[in-house]
Design a protein around this ligand. Sequence first.
Ligand code: 1GP
Length: 230
Amino acid sequence: MMYQEWRHVFKLDPAKEISEEALKQVCESGTDAILVGGTDGVTLDLVLDLLIRVRQYNVPVALEISTIDSVTPGFDFYFIPSVLNSTNTTWVKDLHIEAIKEFGDYMDWNELVPEGYCILNSDCKAARATEAHTSLSKEEVIAHARLAEHFFKFPIFYLEYSGVYGDPKMVKAAKNVLKNTRLFYGGGITSARQATEMAMIADTVVVGNHLYDNLNEALETVKAVHAVTL
Ligand code: 1GP
């Protein structure tokens, strides 16, 4: 299944431990894909280890690149964030230039999936690391969504609330102006009810942290999301 059809995604952090049994349940949950990514302590060894473990199962697996050093072949897709509300160009395009300088001649551009990120939780690690300007009005979120679709032509616009449950009104505002660009929502989903609410707005719902806190509740989000047709 291509990423354009994914409705539910589990995000696994290579720096966090997960037992074999839990990983099996996650990979066999019926989720549409596993996205491997994290902000802190992501190393090549940890990424490789998780990739090999996830590859025991049939689920598609994508690497969301946070450091160039931890990129390895073997994933189905490489998701490349560009943080549109970062105030530091490092996270918008400088790291990308660096990677292209190093690997540009060998890159398989078809495997790369650029994501226009908009981080809205000021407290999350990603917001701090990227010095994101998170206190955006609805109009500003709409402008970021339009920038992603019409200016950069990103296939994905990712509203990132990592760690807190987002404001459905903001998500709806972004969704209303997007046509070809897919809206990913991620952040603070801890129940089937929240998963349903966001699945009624966003194209793709990402569940991360809760997998490590309460696996069973996290697993219930798969059915909840798949029960909603947009
Ligand atoms: C994080 O958007 C994902 O990058 C999911 O957020 O970990 O809060 O579920 P949570």
